[in-house]
Design a protein around this ligand. Structure first.
Ligand SMILES: [Zn+2]
Length: 159
């Protein structure tokens, strides 16, 4: 899944980590000849790469980014009260992830990740909503569920 570089920080070992719009980090190592990223060596090179999209495998693995915390949740919905907006394709805002928690019954969760994938959610199976990816839910019977939203705990690193 292609995600734009929004900034950088260094990990504990001093290695450069690009921060992606999804909230994930991407190690940008320069270890020629195996991995050649000479642009990482200068301020100008790094600045020029901001905005460039790279493939984020962590998004494709449905990993909520490290350091993200739940900050709000919806009321509990039932098959009778689920908002129409959740049943049509929609997305979260940039940098916002979510989890769909089924309290009782089951719910079908469909997401473009990037191919359309569907999963049946139950009280034992939590659905992970990837930031900015189109998704929707489908009713398959009686259900009680809510959606919990996640974002970065502290202010994001600046460029
Ligand atoms: Zn990602």
């Amino acid at each position: 899944m292609q995600r734009a570089i929004t900034g950088y920080h260094r990990d504990d070992a001093g290695d450069l980590v690009a921060e992606l719009a999804c909230g994930h980090g991407f190690h940008m190592r320069h270890r020629p000849p195996m991995t050649s990223r000479p642009w990482t060596l200068t301020d100008e090179g790094r600045a020029a790469m901001v905005g460039t999209a790279v493939a984020c495998l962590r998004c494709e693995r449905f990993e909520v980014p490290a350091g993200f915390m739940a900050y709000k949740r919806t009321p509990t919905f039932t098959e009778a009260s689920v908002p129409a907006g959740l049943r049509a394709a929609h997305t979260t805002k940039a940098g916002v992830w979510a989890k769909i928690h089924v309290e009782a019954g089951c719910l079908r969760y469909c997401v473009e990740s990037p191919a359309l994938a569907a999963q049946t959610l139950t009280p034992e199976t939590v659905g992970v909503v990837i930031a900015e990816r189109p998704h929707r839910v489908e009713l398959v019977g009686p259900v009680r569920f809510y959606v919990e939203f996640y974002r970065r705990e502290e202010a994001p690193h600046t460029r």
